[in-house]
Design a protein around this ligand. Structure first.
Ligand SMILES: [Zn+2]
Ligand SMILES: [Zn+2]
Ligand SMILES: [Zn+2]
Length: 392
């Protein structure tokens, strides 16, 4: 996509059952097609239509587009399905593009044998293979645009990384796949989800600065968004208690920008939650309206708001969950904090972490059935759809 385009996140309600449907509308600075989609409600399966700009380039999140129509062809009038009852634009600047993997900061992926920084080494290997990776990607995407292919949310690139320990590590990079003319991101804009032969429990257990731990949480978020269906963020305070409202809202925007609101459960004290709501109101947003569109409920509304909890725990939820916990609140700083990283079966996470907080998880949205795997067989790169939302 050229730089003159803007992505606008929206939600439209099914006229039959009211279920919100999230999508990204593309807007160009000039020459926009007008039209819409005929879609299937993800809840009641009834058909309805959504009017939007650039129906070809815009994309649905978690529901099916049955047909795209363009007003120039006058084919929209042929739809007998009713129109969406209400449409709202995300008012907060919630954009997954805010999530970055900072390859220049202290690594969380190191070789367990040599101690080498595997993040910078992985990036260097990806850059080396870039021309071939990008050729494989564009060939596959052209094919996907022209034919009926399974639903893929991410493009995933396993990269072999030679190391001074004598073995070759496997790094897993990924990026959101858009079936339009968006260029493949630069290597530094891609997210690193894993490097084999490293040990997160060794690297993330000990005493660290808050700044390091917040950086580590961003890197874990990059990992968990590929690997898991849901993330739990439990923290008694969001930001400092004495920060100004504007600064607090800034911290919330950072959080809402790096986590997917539909897959994240925030658990916080009611005072933090109230702060957030009043900061929202002051910035001209109506919290209840966001709730009715499902934009907000999972992010803070779903949590219990126990006044007496001090736990700080961040969990990627899968069959085997990954847990970072310790003394650090969600804010950067020089102070030294303790941290522990570990693994636990899901059932145990529920009884040991969620039940005591009175938290119930909302059901996870279904994930894409496939991912686009861009793989190297030792001589050449190829890209094709593999089963499952993630290879890790
Ligand atoms: Zn419906
Ligand atoms: Zn090594
Ligand atoms: Zn795969």
């Amino acid at each position: 996509m050229n730089s003159d385009s803007k992505l606008i996140r929206q939600a439209a309600k099914c006229p039959e059952c009211g279920t919100p449907h999230h999508y990204v509308e593309v807007s160009f600075s000039f020459a926009n097609d007008k039209g819409g989609w005929e879609v299937e409600c993800r809840e009641c399966r009834k058909r309805f239509t959504i009017r939007l700009k650039n129906p070809e380039e815009s994309s649905a999140e978690g529901f099916r587009i049955l047909r795209r129509f363009d007003d120039d062809n006058n084919d929209g009038q042929q739809s007998s399905a009713p129109a969406a009852s209400e449409i709202v634009q995300y008012s907060l600047d919630i954009n997954e593009n805010k999530l970055r993997f900072d390859f220049d900061s202290e690594p969380i992926y190191r070789c367990t044998l040599s101690g080498a920084d595997l993040e910078k080494a992985s990036l260097a290997e990806l850059e080396k293979h870039l021309p071939d990776v990008s050729q494989a990607f564009y060939t596959a995407r052209n094919y996907m645009l022209a034919s009926n292919v399974p639903d893929c949310e991410h493009a995933v690139i396993p990269v072999p990384v030679p190391c001074k320990c004598g073995s070759t590590h496997k790094a897993t990079f990924y990026f959101p796949l858009r079936l339009n003319d968006t260029p493949m991101p630069e290597p530094r804009q891609m997210l690193l989800a894993d490097v084999e032969g490293s040990s997160l429990d060794e690297e993330l257990t000990g005493i660290f600065s808050k700044t390091f731990l917040m950086g580590a949480l961003e890197k874990l978020t990059a990992r968990w968004r590929l690997k898991f269906d849901q993330i739990v963020i439990a923290s008694p305070f969001i930001a400092h208690q004495y920060m100004s409202k504007a600064n607090k809202l800034g911290v919330w925007e950072w959080l809402l920008g790096i986590f997917d609101p539909r897959r994240t459960l925030f658990i916080t004290r009611s005072s933090s939650y109230k702060d957030y709501k009043s900061a929202l109101l002051e910035s001209g947003l109506n919290h209840d309206m966001l709730v009715s569109f499902g934009l907000e409920s999972q992010i803070v509304g779903a949590g219990t708001k126990k006044q007496d909890f001090h736990a700080k725990v961040y969990i990627g939820l899968g069959d085997t969950c990954e847990i970072l916990s310790g003394s650090a609140n969600l804010v950067r700083g020089k102070s030294l904090e303790n941290a522990t990283f570990g693994f636990a079966e899901r059932k145990r996470v529920e009884t040991r972490y969620l039940d005591p907080l009175g938290a119930t998880l909302p059901q996870a949205l279904p994930r894409a059935s496939h991912h686009l795997a861009i793989t190297y067989d030792g001589t050449k790169w190829r890209a094709d759809a593999h089963e499952g939302p993630s290879p890790i």
